[in-house]
Design a binder for this molecule. Structure first.
Ligand code: NAP
Length: 296
């Protein structure tokens, strides 16, 4: 991987933790300078930025709530001021309300779609001009729930279906500007978020997924990050508009998710214990990614 992304500039949204963190570190390892974006986990984001700098690459740390269009602009203004251009955008950040559609409130749907779908479009509108004259790479992140039904997953699953469709349209529209757009669709990845979704049932959930996976285990964040580096590199220069499963073959087996222990309702990112105590209201302006947003 070393040198594959020499002197590129990469922005990875949600790179304080999980898949985003692994992707930011892998991009730096491959030679890129990295914009480390976070929403709530500043200390973790600082640690990622420090690691990148210790590897001899630049790291720009930016906080932004990507549910808000103005915050997306603020993030890209920082990128523009610091680097003047961008080579790679990885739209990774996500959060949602894990609850049945029948119990969904409008703000659950709205917030998930703002963060996962709208912010992708807002970000690409800013990223594309910064990629002009370069060989731009846009990488989106979908997941198993875009095509398969998972318990309590309808909101984010449907948003991820939109992300996959947008990926194809972006590839079509941006191809003439020499920008590729591809989507990574992980299976089940061992991250804070997956563990929060399944709570105390994580060990049995992970074991059942591994049993239905030809390669015999759940994914690691690094499994996903390596594919992101490949897609960002010259090696994938003629690949665009594709959705690439990184799931060890899970999608080949029709894994019976309904037979797995049902996860509890909750949020798509991991709340602090203080957050867990909070009640959310639609009027609550935020910090809520403050993950109470699934609890009312
Ligand atoms: N884990 C899996 O099994 C799995 C499977 C398929 C697809 N995926 C997808 O892979 C991606 C990463 O998943 P993960 O498991 O690594 O998730 P994660 O650990 O929960 O990370 C989510 C990231 O999104 C950021 N975020 C949340 N709300 C935000 C907001 N309002 N504005 C800006 N950023 C926000 C978080 O930032 P802070 O932490 O700083 O708040 C965090 O870095 C997501 O798109 C997810 O849907 C995951």
């Amino acid at each position: 991987m070393r040198g594959l992304l020499a002197d590129r500039v990469a922005l990875v949204t949600g790179s304080a933790r999980g898949i985003g963190r692994a992707t930011a570190l892998a991009m730096a390892e491959a030679g890129a300078d990295v914009v480390v974006h976070y929403r709530r986990h500043r200390a973790e984001a600082e640690a990622v930025a420090d690691t990148i700098r210790s590897r001899g690459r630049q790291a720009l740390l930016v906080e932004a709530d990507l549910e808000q269009e103005s915050e997306v602009h603020r993030l890209f203004n920082r990128v523009q001021d610091a680097f003047g251009h961008l080579d790679i955008l990885v739209a990774n950040a996500a959060a949602t309300a894990f609850r049945p559609l029948a119990e969904l409130k409008p703000h659950h749907l709205e917030r998930t779609y703002r963060l996962v779908v709208f912010s992708l479009v807002w970000a690409v509108q800013r990223a594309a001009p910064l990629m002009e004259g370069r060989q731009g790479r846009i990488i989106t992140v979908s997941g198993h729930g875009s095509h398969f039904t998972l318990p309590l997953y309808a909101t984010i699953g449907s948003a991820k279906s939109a992300v996959e469709s947008l990926t194809r349209y972006l590839a079509y529209e941006l191809g003439p500007r020499r920008i590729t757009c591809n989507c990574i669709a992980p299976g089940v990845v061992d991250t804070d978020s997956a563990r929060y979704y399944t709570a105390e049932r994580w060990p049995s959930f992970a074991e059942a997924v591994a049993r239905h996976t030809p390669l015999g285990r759940v994914a690691t964040p690094e499994d996903v990050a390596r594919v992101a580096v490949f897609l960002a590199s010259d090696l994938a220069g003629f690949v665009t508009g594709q959705v690439i499963a990184v799931d060890g073959g899970l999608t080949l087996t029709s894994a019976p998710f309904e037979a797995l222990p049902p996860p509890r309702p909750g949020s798509g990112t991991v709340p602090s214990s203080a957050d867990r105590e909070r009640r959310e209201s639609p009027a609550d302006p935020l910090p809520p990614a403050a993950q109470g947003w699934t609890k009312s």
